[in-house]
Design a protein. Structure first.
Length: 54
């Protein structure tokens, strides 16, 4: 039995977000963007923690 259409779309969408090769020049902006998101989340989490537990 083939998978439901929404299952195929979810897998295709997840695969479309991954660049071809991690070291390729096209993947550099994506890697920097994701690294900046992680950094911003860490900084925001730090300040939330500092304000909640002085």
């Amino acid at each position: 039995m083939p998978p439901a259409p929404h299952d195929r779309l979810a897998v295709g969408h997840a695969v479309a977000d991954v660049p071809d090769r991690p070291g390729s020049p096209a993947a550099t902006p994506i890697s920097l963007y994701k690294l900046s998101l992680i950094t911003m989340a860490a900084v925001i989490g730090y300040w939330i923690d500092r304000s909640a537990f002085p």
